[in-house]
Ligand binder design. Structure first.
Ligand code: NDP
Length: 254
């Protein structure tokens, strides 16, 4: 590996990383040399995921907090920096889906989704960036989606949240690039995780997806790691405010 892609000596916090894409990204960053800090809302699940990575010989720790809780996030980040040392990399990955026709979505479900997918990115980024800014150094990667660019029937709140994540990424770039931070978004296509279980179980959707995706298949979560390592490493030091789609070509082709 070219040296500028190595993450040795760096510490990375990945929110929502006890399973799925977050866990895969944590594993990828750890394999590139980083110490990774896993996160979720459940201590047992976080501990289990951490043990899994340690069993693979990787340098992993964990911190339990809910990204929707502004105060709890700030306390957890300050405690992490004291306990482990500086956070060099943040991946805002925690997110959820809600599938329902927009006219039937309750206000509670709307706010639950927005507070995780959008407020969560603000809460954790603000808490981490305040430390990064004092050091004039840091990488933030926000997990978007093909829905950062394209809407789809029955997931309008999700698309609104992921579109906002793309613009928040640009906003962070506007405010923080001059302070030494690089902030980019990574936008996955379709990957088989718990979040997508309803789609995985739907043969008509699977058939549509294979035909609609130029690569003709679902993504494997490991295939997000190269882009994440790039955006987390010094190889991307002049890349800022961008959204990198890893989607088998889906957003490039009608
Ligand atoms: P999963 O549902 O498999 O995992 C979600 C993770 O987020 C879990 O670790 C969960 O842990 C954690 N989480 C949920 N809410 C919170 C919260 N409030 N605070 C802290 N952690 C939380 O999802 P995926 O891996 O599929 O998705 C991860 C990200 O990737 C999301 O942002 C999603 O929108 C995005 N994405 C996914 C795609 C896919 O194809 N799967 C495509 C495009 C984007 P716990 O429940 O223990 O708290």
């Amino acid at each position: 590996m070219i040296d500028s892609f190595r993450l040795n000596g760096r510490r990375a916090l990945i929110t929502g990383s006890v399973r799925g894409i977050g866990l895969a990204l944590a594993r990828g960053l750890a394999q590139a040399g980083a110490q990774v800090v896993l996160n979720g809302r459940d201590a047992e699940r976080a501990q289990g995921a951490c043990a899994l990575l340690r069993d693979e010989g990787l340098d992993a720790d964990y911190s339990v907090f809910d990204v929707t809780d502004h105060g709890a996030v700030a306390t957890a980040i300050d405690a992490l920096e004291l306990r482990l040392g500086p956070l060099d990399i943040l991946i805002n990955n925690a997110g959820l889906q809600h599938r329902q026709a927009l006219q039937d979505v309750s206000a509670d479900d709307w706010h639950r989704l927005m507070s995780t997918n959008l407020d969560g990115v603000f809460n954790v980024s603000k808490a981490v960036a305040r430390h990064m800014i004092t050091r004039r150094n840091g990488k933030i990667i926000n997990i978007g989606s093909v829905q950062s660019e394209l809407a789809r029937r029955s997931i309008a709140p999700y698309a609104a949240s992921k579109g906002a994540v793309r613009m928040l990424t640009r906003g962070m770039c506007a405010d923080w690039a001059g302070l030494g931070l690089q902030i980019n978004a990574l936008a996955p296509g379709y990957f088989q995780t718990e979040l997508n279980q309803a789609l995985v179980n739907d043969p008509a959707f699977c058939e549509w997806l294979l035909q609609r995706t130029p690569a003709g298949r679902w993504g494997n979560v490991e295939e997000l790691c190269g882009a994440a390592v790039f955006l987390a490493s010094s190889a991307s030091n002049f890349v800022n405010g961008q959204t990198l789609f890893v989607d088998g070509g889906l957003t490039s082709v009608v």
